[in-house]
Design a protein around this ligand. Structure first.
Ligand SMILES: *Cc1c(COP(=O)(O)O)cnc(C)c1O
Length: 514
């Protein structure tokens, strides 16, 4: 398919910005009025005691405006992004982020407010946040929502801290020291449980890729604080015995935590609250129209059942039918999990996303994302070298996990090599080697953002890769060659001793090696 085979990424021998420009070059010279302000700031700085002042100005690069523009444009041409093409990164839900949200959040009414401003002066913003809380509660089937957490893992931490508060309140914290996590869980689940001081008990999946109910019953005891579960799970399979699972945990006195990082498959279709979950986190930056990746701002709101509401962080936004106020006077609250109200721009984007799609639109997004995943799965599972582990006849939800185990055995081509070869076709690599229960895993999530032609483009690319794997495996091992950077040394590329993440680190390194 032409879209893929012609893919070439730009290659610029681009220096670091610190290596560009020259002393005295400026990108922007303020007009006289602004210069006065700059001078005023300068006057104020004069009053800072000398001991607290820098002896030298910071070593910033000095460039003209066009130099800066060209530098970043070149870098962007060597990059790949969700706006460029397929980005089927399973579990990460890389979907189209509507431009209308990006435009609207730049409104000065949002960008120019200060978190310490009197709530009376930000009634509109509080209304948005309050309504978003209500909508997320409705979507997840929870009673109350806290918008503070900045990410999925942060929401998980809040969730398990709420479990702690709940068991402490009941005088059982000393006894309830274990959190059960299935072996298909996202790595953040056991990490969050451990951070909150719990011991992690792993339960295996059965041959259907679901929680093994017998193993779960055996793992549950008076020590159980709760269970953390993803449903549909990371294999894209819906845990159809969820009501029984919930009963087992509740009967033992534990709580059910729902990892709702990927809510895409069930939007408007099914609600964790109705399945028996007590606590839910949602990744707004995956499901609700906010860009993510590269550590950019996200949001991981947490929803809870009524019984847990009193433990939620302060402040709570309260509405008396006329005015919105902030309530800090909540004696059972666990305190704060973050400064102020959360990443407000991300929250507002989610509000815009939900408002613009409406209930029917959200439902349709879920339907198309599931349709796309299953369409792609049926086409790819037939290709030589791949197999679909765990009940291959059963449909999946928003994502599926293909295994390249036969290809590795027969042709020596691994999931990593398949992923690298996809880069050459202008397709972002899927998530690989996760979940851990699948050998040579390729976790693929096309989302609702792509049409039939683009999905077919990926099928074509995978067909070619499958053919090459058996015909010219040595050539395939050289991929990628159409990208601006070839194959990286996987060890060096992730080792803190070889990575220089800042200019300061870089200069220190090069000085030391001289
Ligand atoms: C992404 C993800 C998380 C963690 O979310 P972050 O925002 O990256 O912290 C947790 N669970 C699942 C299933 C995820 O896909």
């Amino acid at each position: 398919m032409a879209v893929n085979s012609e893919f070439r990424q730009a290659r610029w021998g681009e220096p670091l910005i610190f290596e560009l420009g020259a002393e005295g070059r400026r990108g922007y010279i303020p007009p006289p009025a602004e210069r006065e302000i700059v001078d005023e700031v300068g006057d104020v700085l004069e009053e800072v005691p000398p001991a607290l002042r820098r002896s030298e100005p910071p070593a910033l690069p000095q460039l003209s405006e066009p130099e800066v523009l060209r530098h970043y444009l070149r870098l962007s041409q060597m990059n790949y992004c969700v706006d460029l093409g397929l980005y089927p990164l399973g579990s990460c839900t890389m979907k189209y982020n509507p431009r209308i949200s990006e435009t609207l959040v730049k409104h000065p009414g949002l960008t120019a407010v200060h978190p310490y401003q009197d709530p009376e002066t930000v009634q509109g913003l509080l209304e948005i946040l309050y309504k978003l809380e209500r909508w997320l509660a409705e979507i997840t089937g929870m009673d109350a929502v806290c918008l503070q957490p900045s990410a999925g893992a942060h929401g998980e931490l809040l969730g398990v801290l709420l479990m702690r508060a709940y068991h402490k309140h009941r005088g059982e914290l000393g006894q309830r020291v274990e959190i059960i996590v299935p072996d298909s869980a996202h790595g953040t689940n056991p990490a969050s449980a451990a951070m909150a001081g719990f011991r992690v008990v792993v339960v295996p999946s059965n041959e259907e890729g679901c929680v093994d109910l017998e193993a779960l019953k055996a793992a549950v005891s008076k020590k159980t604080a709760g269970l953390m579960l993803t449903n549909p799970n990371t294999l894209g399979i819906f845990e159809s015995r969820i009501v029984e699972i919930a009963e087992v945990i509740h009967d033992a006195g534990g709580l059910l935590y729902y990892d709702g990082a990927n809510l895409n498959a069930i939007l408007g279709k099914a609600r964790p609250g109705d399945m028996g979950f007590d606590i839910v986190h949602i990744n707004l930056h995956k499901t609700f129209g906010t860009p993510h990746g590269g550590g950019g701002p996200g949001a991981g709101p947490v929803g809870v059942i009524e019984e847990l509401e009193k433990f939620l962080p302060v402040p709570r936004i309260v509405y008396d039918g006329e005015r919105y106020t902030l309530d800090y006077d909540r004696p059972h609250s666990i305190g704060k999990i973050r400064s102020f109200y959360g990443n407000v721009s991300v929250l507002v984007k989610a509000y815009i996303y939900i408002l613009s799609l409406g209930p029917e639109g959200l439902k349709e997004a879920a339907e198309v994302s599931v349709l796309n995943a299953n369409y792609l799965m049926r086409k790819l599972q037939r290709l030589r070298g791949f197999e679909l582990p765990y009940t291959p006849e059963r449909p999946r939800k928003h994502e599926f996990v293909l295994s390249a185990k036969p290809m590795k055995k027969e042709a020596g081509i691994t999931a990593l090599e398949v992923a690298k070869a996809l880069l050459d076709c202008g397709i972002h690599a899927p998530t690989i080697y996760f979940p851990l229960i699948v050998d040579e895993a390729l976790m693929i999530e096309p989302t609702e953002s792509y049409g039939l032609e683009e999905l077919e483009g990926m099928v074509k690319a995978m067909e070619n890769i499958s053919r090459q794997a058996y015909a010219t495996p040595d050539k395939l091992k050289q991929a990628p060659s159409n990208t601006s950077v070839g194959r990286l040394d996987e060890v060096k590329a992730s080792h803190p001793r070889t990575m220089a993440l800042s200019w300061r680190m870089h200069t220190k390194r090069t000085k030391n090696t001289k």
